[in-house]
Design a protein around this ligand. Structure first.
Ligand SMILES: [Zn+2]
Length: 300
């Protein structure tokens, strides 16, 4: 079975004045329901506020939870933080954390949302409100669930918030492979950044991913990988600048599974970027990633 964490609160109506296309999480849920004989469903719980405050500025956490985020921050996020959005924002890190625990138990688990890697200490940014990867990682190490973990971020945009929020914590390493010229203009410093030239295709991308990630895994010896499996390196993505085909994305997930399974490493995945007008096609790419990873672990 493939262990999947979801919550109805992930699926929200688009708030007004939003530049983000909503509806992806509902489509992901529906596509996974169609695979239900393979899926073990788990419901996320909200991340307790003290853990949100262990990562983000408590004043910002309070602004979000009360749905009174200043307009300047809402513009940076890309949509207004309504009460519904606030509920969702606290739920998603809970789901990523739950997926991590399930991965520790079963080898692999997926959160059907998350990967909010642009959220920073005192503000959200780039369609991200709270940084579920950093919040979950900090809770996992502070509670002693793991001594060391690695966040692997293959979204086409740099994981700047994750890098900034986990800086100075040697138990948490961050890896980001991204299009160098893409958002954010000002990059943060991950443990290892792999900036790529525009238009890079499957073979060069996969060779670069493997040759840079393997030494980091082998040096750090993490006990868990949190995997931000953004699908925006796809060649037709509206906000991507890379040239991966659908086959290239599938090969990427098989590579990640092989690297983790070969080292006995649990892996918990989140979704991430994926942009365009065809929400169902984007959801299909996220679901394919979950199914490829899940099947590989189930067959190990
Ligand atoms: Zn992205």
């Amino acid at each position: 079975m493939i262990h999947v964490v979801h919550h109805p609160a992930y699926v929200t109506e688009a708030p007004g004045r939003s530049t983000y296309r909503w509806g992806k999480n509902g489509a992901i849920r529906d596509l996974l329901i169609a695979e239900s004989e393979r899926i073990a469903w788990h419901e996320a719980a909200p991340m307790p506020t003290p853990w949100l405050e262990a990562t983000h500025d408590p004043d910002y956490v309070a602004e979000v939870l009360a749905a009174r985020v200043p307009p300047v921050k809402e513009r940076r996020i890309g949509f207004p933080v309504t009460p519904t959005v606030a509920t969702r924002a606290a739920m998603v890190p809970g789901g990523t954390w739950a997926a991590a625990l399930l991965a520790m138990e079963h080898g692999f688990a997926a959160n059907t949302a998350g990967g909010s890697h642009h959220a920073l200490h005192d503000t959200g940014a780039g369609y991200c409100v709270f940084n579920d990867l950093a919040v979950a990682a900090i809770r996992l190490v502070e509670e002693g669930t793991v001594d060391r973990l690695l966040i692997v971020d293959v979204d086409v945009h740099q994981g700047d918030g994750t890098a900034a929020l986990t800086a100075g914590r040697p138990e948490i390493a961050t890896y980001s492979i991204h299009a160098e010229k893409n958002f954010p203009a000002r990059k943060a410093q991950s443990t290892l950044d792999v900036p790529l030239a525009d238009g890079m295709g499957d073979d060069a991308y996969l060779a670069t991913l493997e040759s840079t990630l393997v030494p980091l895994i082998d040096e750090m010896q993490p006990q868990l990988i949190l995997y931000q499996a953004g699908v925006d390196p796809f060649e037709d993505d509206r906000l991507g600048r890379l040239g991966l085909t659908l086959d290239g994305l599938a090969r990427r997930e098989r590579l990640m599974a092989r690297l983790a399974i070969g080292r006995g490493l649990p892996l918990a995945s989140t979704v991430g970027g994926g942009y365009g007008d065809d929400v169902m096609a984007i959801a299909r790419r996220h679901v394919d990633a979950i199914l490829i990873l899940g099947e590989a672990f189930a067959a190990r």
